[in-house]
Ligand binder design. Structure first.
Ligand code: AKG
Length: 264
């Protein structure tokens, strides 16, 4: 395993993404995957968004302990905080199911960039996405496609250029891809006869309005027992983080994350 500094460097100045292999044992991931597939068939109100052969499931933190472990996995948090700062928060946490025959969703950059007019600002970095592989991601079952180095372009994907340069990121169940929100990516076609399941974590600096508002989706029970890190991710440390910023300003100390040089 590479160290945190080189992994974050790869996300910011290198290819735009890294793969952390097998952070959970296959049995735990297989159980969580089955749980998600069952939940998707029950179609709980307000928790599912369906489109052709694709489903998204929300409010996972209340579902099983493994999801709390995933969202604050220490290795993931270390790398994400190295890119976004130690007071970053969680903007979204959902599962994405590609049923057999699902076509690709379309090359994109992530929230909040896609709500903005390009060219996007290179700094501050506004999102890192975690794509957890809930089974082995193979060449044929809908593995994500990434076009290396495209986070440096600060543009919405050009479909032709994306098709020429993107390649699939395959890996074992329990692995996670961490990517720069500006790095062009897509899902690929699921040619297999099994659903392909990912769990997606969207991390943002604290000043970005969350895509899904995870704090409002967590039950009082989960919140009561939440670790300090989970509370930070859910935005409960916002006031403290702002207070630290003010103190830093007053003492003329440069911010902890002072951004990367613009390459756009
Ligand atoms: O499920 C995946 O493989 C990736 C989905 C994705 O990129 C997204 O929802 O932004």
């Amino acid at each position: 395993m590479q160290d945190t500094a080189s992994l974050s460097e790869e996300i910011v100045h290198g290819k735009g993404y890294v793969l952390l292999p097998e952070l959970f044992i296959p049995r735990k991931i297989a159980e969580a995957r089955l749980h998600l597939l069952k939940l998707a068939t029950e179609e709980p109100t307000g928790r599912i968004l369906k489109s052709d052969k694709r489903s998204r499931l929300y409010r996972l933190l209340d579902e099983a302990e493994i999801f709390e472990q995933m969202v604050q996995h220490p290795q993931v948090i270390e790398v994400v905080e190295a890119v976004l700062g130690s007071d970053m928060t969680l903007g979204g946490f959902s599962a994405h199911i590609l049923y057999p025959g699902a076509t690709n969703m379309g090359a994109h950059v992530d929230y909040p960039y896609f709500t903005m007019k390009p060219p996007y600002p290179a700094t501050p970095i506004m999102e890192v996405q975690a794509i957890w592989m809930m089974e082995d991601f193979t060449e044929t079952n809908g593995a994500p496609l990434f076009a290396a180095n495209t986070q440096k372009l600060c543009q919405f994907p050009d479909p032709k250029r994306f098709a020429e340069s993107a390649h699939k990121l395959t890996g074992k169940a329990g692995s996670v891809v961490l990517s720069h929100g500006l790095c062009w990516h897509d899902t690929s076609i699921n040619y297999s006869n099994q659903p392909r399941v990912s769990v997606l974590g969207n991390y943002n600096p604290k000043f970005i309005r969350p895509l899904e508002n995870p704090a409002q989706q967590v039950s009082p029970t989960v919140l009561e027992q939440a670790s300090p890190k989970l509370k930070q991710l859910l935005g409960y440390e916002f006031q403290t983080a702002i207070f630290k910023d003010v103190q830093r300003l007053q003492s003329n100390i440069v911010p902890e994350v002072d951004g990367v040089n613009s390459e756009c």
